[in-house]
Design a binder for this molecule. Structure first.
Ligand code: PEP
Ligand code: MN
Length: 333
């Protein structure tokens, strides 16, 4: 349930509402909006008796929340969330481009790609230091040495960094170095990792699990948000279907579905969806046209020798072309 405060409600009145909710044995989370604050009740198993709450001064009304997810739902927060991270704003209409290699392989590789994508308009550098690989024999990432390289990329290019934490242990290390913590598709329902990320201050990029529904994805985001970390970006990266012409099937309808159900920003990763670089530009165009708040794209200076995901990594000149195409497309939207 959502307890909506009047426009002129005081902080003290909001506190009184939270205290009353706590007396009932639940938690009350204030959700400040542009016009007025609302307090979202979480922890209740069934309907909440609202008479006591309506009696508190400053309370306008109570609204039942119908969805199983509360804090990430648009029902509790009607305005779209715009996240400010460093010098970027995500969700305010200007697509944010995150680009870089699948994995950090060396300082030279990361800096070469970093400078290139920065010059062509990216604002975030991606690159895994801890890689979740299907095979235990594949390159697993450079670990903390890779994070140190990412730090250098940030210092030299001014790009923000997004990199993946694959387990509870490396999450605390990743958090020290990165600007945005990536939780990958394979970990979308790793609830202890989600809970831990919920206790951190850094924003989280939460990818959709490749066999997850929209509701399951939003429940995963709810784990993070109910822990206190409200800065979440969702990322559609393709789901598994019977279609085998691409690595995954990009679910473009996830973007309007998320926009309807949630106030959180959503970006698209066309690289893992396609699994082949020649589809990355067309899928990116579609993603921006349908309303995605940004892209997460793999780019490599030497894809043929990439230690992971070379097939789907754009050549630098293709990334330049992508940025040009997105720029042109933006003028029509
Ligand atoms: C990645 O971004 O490199 C990655 C492993 O992605 P996903 O979790 O979507 O497979
Ligand atoms: Mn990859």
């Amino acid at each position: 349930m959502l307890v909506v405060m009047k426009n002129d409600a005081t902080e003290e009145q909001v506190r009184a509402v939270i205290q009353e909710i706590e007396k009932m044995g639940y938690r009350g989370i204030p959700m400040p909006g542009a016009q007025r604050t609302a307090v979202c009740i979480i922890g209740n198993k069934g309907p909440v008796e609202d008479a006591q709450l309506l009696a508190i001064e400053g309370v306008k009304e109570t609204i039942p929340v119908t969805k199983p997810y509360k804090l990430v739902s648009r029902e509790t927060h009607a305005e779209s969330t715009v996240l400010s991270i460093g010098n970027i704003r995500i969700g305010d209409g200007e697509p944010v481009i995150m680009a870089g290699p699948c994995a950090v392989e060396s300082e030279e590789q990361a800096l070469t790609i970093g400078h290139f994508v920065k010059e062509h308009g990216a604002s975030v550098f991606r690159g895994g230091a801890f890689k979740p690989r299907t095979s235990p024999y594949s390159f697993q990432g450079l670990g903390e040495a890779g994070l140190k390289i990412l730090k250098k990329v940030r210092e030299e290019t001014g790009l923000l960094i997004v990199t993946e934490a694959t387990d509870n242990e490396n999450l605390t290390i990743v958090e020290k170095y990165t600007d945005i913590i990536q939780i990958g598709a394979r970990n979308m329902q790793n609830y202890s990792l989600l809970r831990l990320a919920g206790q951190l201050k850094k924003p989280v990029l939460l990818k959709r699990g490749f066999a997850s529904t929209i509701d399951e994805w939003l429940m995963a985001a709810e784990y993070i948000m109910s822990g206190g970390n409200t800065r979440i970006i969702l990322c559609e990266r393709g789901i598994r279907t019977f279609s085998d012409n691409t690595r995954n099937t990009l679910d473009l309808s996830a973007i309007p579905s998320i926009k309807e159900a949630s106030h959180l920003p959503i970006i698209v990763d066309p690289s893992h969806a396609a699994g082949r670089r020649d589809f990355v530009i067309p899928l990116s165009k579609a993603a921006i046209a349908i309303g995605a708040d940004g892209l997460l794209v793999e780019v490599h200076n030497d894809p043929a020798h990439a230690l992971s995901d070379g097939m789907q990594s754009l050549y630098p000149e293709q990334f330049a072309e992508l940025m040009e195409v997105i720029g042109r497309l933006r003028s029509y939207l």
